[in-house]
Design a binder for this molecule. Structure first.
Ligand SMILES: Cc1cc2nc3c(=O)[nH]c(=O)nc-3n(C[C@H](O)[C@H](O)[C@H](O)COP(=O)(O)O)c2cc1C
Ligand SMILES: Nc1ncnc2c1ncn2[C@@H]1O[C@H](COP(=O)(O)OP(=O)(O)O)[C@@H](O)[C@H]1O
Length: 320
């Protein structure tokens, strides 16, 4: 799989492509269906498949301050798209100048001149170009002009129409199981392990405090069952993934103020994760964060949480 940053990275001698376009935040089941369609069409037409996406998030460029909670960092988005079988992912820097291109200009400069589009696959509700003037109909008309087939893929539903917005709403409500349903995998928060208040070990549950980039979509405060994985690290733990109990909140029992994401890898106390890049995958919400009257009451509850997390993750791994 090739990764291009900007149209100038596309090789001069690149052949014909089937292009699928979107922000693809989350690479959820709707996106997966769309990309699958593009890959299949590319095979039929004997063309390569290319996913075109944007960075930063277009909303932030058009209305500064409106960046939505981000479900996937760019690197992971590219990885997930690659895993769906596309031949290339092309990340276009989204600027104000770019946003002012008319639908025709965008199609001509990006899709036709550079990517030699034989097909363009988008979601049925896709809008593009200055002031979102272009839609699927526009794309069909431009397809006749520039000789490509335009395909609109219907929205996938799991009871509700799946969208990045729906996944964000489910996470904001703490319903990580419903978010996973729409994503087709657990929601992941990625970041670096930083030092906390050095309390965890004394409580009997050392927790990796994960500092994630701005805009990261963090589920609602609460206690969750899931997994902790070391994605990149100079440590011997690289690549390891453990069932985990996860806490998000300000640690009200200790009258904390800073909101943290902390993960305890079940039944381990021998890890050194400071500075490691980790991923926290959210499987199930266990309960609200509480302010306990005593530290012992918190510890007792944490034991119960850990038991529940162990049962949940064991059931998940036997289901796989
Ligand atoms: C499974 C689990 C459940 C937790 N539940 C709560 C809670 O309900 N209330 C609370 O104040 N802190 C809760 N915590 C957070 C602990 O207070 C926190 O891990 C501890 O203060 C360690 O912080 P430190 O990593 O900064 O040292 C929980 C932590 C875990 C791992
Ligand atoms: N089972 C475990 N799960 C998570 N982190 C662990 C575990 N065992 C050891 N650690 C290490 O201990 C640190 C957490 O210990 P803790 O006392 O909570 O300190 P801090 O307040 O800095 O988070 C983690 O950052 C990690 O390096």
């Amino acid at each position: 799989m090739r990764g291009w940053h900007g149209l100038d990275d596309v090789p001069e001698d690149w052949g014909r492509s089937v292009v699928t376009i979107g922000v693809f935040d989350g690479v959820h089941r709707g996106h997966q269906q769309m990309v699958g369609r593009a890959v299949a069409l590319a095979h039929t037409l004997g063309a390569a498949s290319v996913a075109v996406t944007f960075e930063p998030h277009p909303d932030e460029v058009i209305r500064p301050g409106s960046h939505p909670p981000q479900l996937t960092q760019q690197r992971r988005r590219t990885e997930l798209l690659g895993a769906l079988g596309v031949d290339a992912v092309c990340v276009l820097p989204f600027t104000l100048a770019f946003s002012r291109m008319s639908p025709d200009e965008f199609v001509q400069t990006a899709l036709v001149d550079r990517l030699h589009a034989a097909g363009v696959v988008v979601g049925e509700n896709f809008r593009f170009g200055h002031k979102a003037a272009g839609d699927l109909e526009t794309l069909r008309t431009l397809g006749e002009k520039y000789d490509f087939v335009a395909v609109g893929v219907p929205l996938v539903s799991d009871g509700e129409a799946i969208s990045s917005t729906l996944v964000r709403e489910r996470l904001a409500a703490g319903d990580v199981a419903a978010a996973a349903e729409a994503l087709g995998r657990p929601h992941r928060v990625e970041g670096v392990v930083v030092r906390g208040q050095q309390r965890g070990r004394a409580l009997g549950f050392p927790t990796a405090n994960v500092e994630s980039p701005p805009y990261t979509a963090i589920p609602a405060d609460g206690v969750y069952a899931g997994w902790l994985q070391v994605t990149q690290s100079p440590s011997p733990h690289e690549g390891q993934r453990w069932p985990a109990a996860i806490s998000i909140g300000t640690n009200p029992t200790f009258s904390g103020v800073e909101r943290t994401v902390e993960a305890y890898a079940l039944d381990r106390d021998d890890l050194d994760l400071y500075g490691a890049h980790v991923a926290v995958d959210f499987g199930l919400r266990l309960r609200d964060t509480l302010k306990f009257a005593s530290i012992q009451a918190l510890i007792d509850q944490m034991h119960a949480d850990v038991d529940e997390a162990r049962d949940f993750t064991a059931a998940e791994s036997s289901a796989m």
